[in-house]
Design a protein around this ligand. Structure first.
Ligand code: GTP
Length: 600
């Protein structure tokens, strides 16, 4: 089709507002996939995504649609991840589009990620088409939601499309609106190639498959492409489109989207957000598209194999995952308590959980994870600055002049009844309230500056439980701010367990140290001897507890008893041991490492 009949668009929404369901309906309606073959939520290709109900990796699908004007259009639907950890990927995919369907749940209204995504879309100058989904629900109130869209997002909602993705209502209206309202791509096919890599995946046979939006020029097999940011060059083996599976094509041209592969060995060579051009043309009037930055890990934790002989397997598994995930970083580390493992960096908590889950599930590894940490800046008396992502590397107190920690700008949307609860949490978490707005009757929008470290400490779960699930939350990194930080060491029978130590604001060191040893007292299995637990700052004990010695062992309880009951008990014990790490003669269960996080 000619360029003026191409439409590139995406769907943006708050989690669970129905983005994937709507995408499925669009694919069905345009006959891109057969209804019978329709695997629910085809765009979410990874198992874990489907299970967790969140979209992580983007996909791009080409649909052919004959509009009411009788003409055939090429509609490229670019899927976006819906979670705060992946904001950077969202903005990349938005840059590959000219329009966005903004899906809002008719019963829920505008939520924090609706706002965040709508802002990204406006910044990318996209034509935004509001869609009010789930109108089939008894609690649906499309008029109120339309008002919210206008007052909160300042988007004209008079032409918002009522829809039920579930029941297939409003689907044709949406496709017509895409054709009529989303502008066709600009771009000149006769100019030298310029294309945006907006996503990629790793294929065991093909290497990296890069998803591109062609801005100018054309791309075909045999072309040698040049990545502007990394400087790497590769001869293209194949180009094509997703329909929805990969389908080879002769040529990709200005305005269109598709994929290419070129025997690229690692996603780090084909960075998302980079611009490609043809080799030999770089520097010759070919300008990189704006906004490239490599995805940077923000949250770090130690991952240790439960069985130390699994260390090489863990290394291999991490390397394999990195092929597909340029935002994952890892480097070997050793811990006195935990043995050999890896310090791993992630975009955020969700990313961290997903990686852990995949390592365990797909690579069959039993892992122990230490509590996550952010990156601190430590300015030392000798004038140097150290970047610390691991409490184990915290410098000696006497060498520290001042410290800084990362902050985020957070938005929380909540019903009026829960404002008190949110503000209390904001105070507890060292938040600085910026301002407060009333976007719609009964709803409040709060803006906070919060330390990232407080967010990775169970913030979201706490917020949900204190607002009975009504609060929605989104955040964006802002910058580093001065903060008096100290390292709290944890000692078990007078030996420091490095993997349990944590960095905390000075004012919170005492309560958190106390809570941690109390928690550990509950969690640590009793032994035949007494266990002493202590929290200390720079050698000074701030809290202590004792786990008294065990008097009888479990089997002694059922002496002479039923043998199968005994076996069951023993097996239970064995099971309980699985996720523990022997430290000296004390076993520390996984739960202990995570308990640091639950001290909020
Ligand atoms: P993320 O991938 O997590 O961002 O979620 P999503 O926005 O893709 O939402 P998804 O399509 O997975 O839908 C979330 C839930 O809402 C699912 O249980 C859907 O079945 C349901 N749902 C989606 N559309 C409708 C609708 O029109 N009506 C009703 N009643 N339920 C819907």
């Amino acid at each position: 089709v000619p360029q003026d009949r191409i439409r590139n668009f995406c769907i943006i929404a708050h989690v669970d507002h129905g983005k994937s369901t709507l995408a499925d309906r669009l694919l069905e309606f345009t006959g891109t996939v057969d209804k019978r073959d329709m695997q629910a939520q085809l765009l979410d290709q990874m198992d874990i995504e489907r299970e967790r109900g969140i979209t992580i990796k983007m996909a791009a699908v080409r649909m052919a649609y004959t509009a009411k004007d009788g003409l055939e259009y090429e509609l490229n639907l670019i899927d976006t991840p819906g979670h705060v950890d992946f904001t950077y990927e969202v903005s990349r995919s938005l840059n590959a589009c000219e329009g966005a369907l903004l899906v809002v749940d008719a019963a829920q209204g505008v939520e924090a990620q609706t706002l965040a995504n709508a802002n990204l879309a406006m910044n990318a100058n996209l034509e935004i088409i509001p869609v009010i989904n789930k109108i089939d629900l008894p609690a649906a109130d499309p008029d109120r939601v339309a008002e919210e869209i206008e007052s909160v997002l300042a988007i004209d909602a008079t032409e918002a499309i009522p829809c039920s993705a579930k029941e297939g209502i409003g689907i044709e209206e949406i496709l017509e609106a895409v054709v009529q309202k989303v502008p066709p791509p600009a771009g000149d096919p006769t100019k030298p190639l310029r294309a945006l890599v907006f996503d990629s995946h790793y294929d065991g046979y093909l290497g990296v498959v890069a998803y591109v939006r062609i801005v100018d020029g054309t791309l075909k097999a045999g072309d040698k492409v040049h990545f502007i940011a990394t400087g790497k060059e590769f001869p293209v083996s194949e180009v094509g489109t997703f329909a929805p599976r990969m389908r080879p094509a002769e040529l990709l041209r200005a305005g269109g989207t598709g994929y290419f592969h070129a025997a690229i060995k690692s996603v780090t060579d084909a960075r998302v957000g980079d611009t490609i051009t043809v080799a030999g043309r770089e520097g010759k009037a070919v300008e990189a598209l704006p906004g490239y930055r490599p995805a940077k890990p923000m949250v770090f934790c130690g991952l240790y194999p439960h069985d130390s002989s699994d260390f090489p397997n863990l290394r291999e598994a991490l390397s394999k995952m990195q092929l597909n995930d340029a935002a994952l970083s890892f480097e070997a580390e050793s811990s006195a308590a935990m043995g050999f493992g890896f310090r791993c960096g992630f975009l955020g908590l969700l990313h961290m959980e997903i990686v852990q889950e995949r390592l365990e599930r797909e690579f069959n590894l039993a892992l122990l994870a230490t509590a996550p940490s952010v990156i601190y800046h430590v300015y030392k008396t000798d004038g140097t600055m150290e970047v610390i992502d691991n409490p184990a590397n915290w410098p000696t107190t006497t060498t520290i002049e001042r410290t800084e920690e990362p902050y985020v700008d957070a938005t929380i949307i909540v019903p009026t009844d829960y404002v008190g609860a949110v503000m209390e949490m904001g105070r507890e978490r060292r938040g600085i309230q910026d301002r407060m707005e009333y976007p719609a009757p009964g709803r409040v929008m709060l803006y906070y500056k919060l330390p990232l470290a407080e967010i990775i400490m169970d913030f979201f779960d706490q917020l949900k439980s204190r607002t009975k699930g009504y609060a929605s939350f989104d955040y964006e990194l802002s910058d580093y701010s001065p903060s008096p930080l100290v390292k709290v060491d944890v000692q078990v029978n007078a030996d420091p367990v490095d993997a349990l130590s944590f960095i905390v604001h000075r004012d919170k060191a005492f309560p958190r140290g106390k809570m941690l040893v109390e928690k550990l007292k509950e969690i640590l299995p009793r032994q035949m001897f007494e266990i002493k637990l202590q929290a200390a700052i720079g050698g000074k004990i701030i809290a202590a507890e004792r786990v008294s010695a065990l008097r009888k062992n479990v089997i002694a309880k059922c002496y002479g008893g039923d043998i199968s009951r005994k076996r069951k008990l023993l097996e239970k014990q064995k099971e309980g041991k699985k996720r523990m790490k022997q430290f000296g003669n004390v076993e520390i269960p996984q739960e202990a490492f995570m308990s640091v996080l639950k001290l909020g």
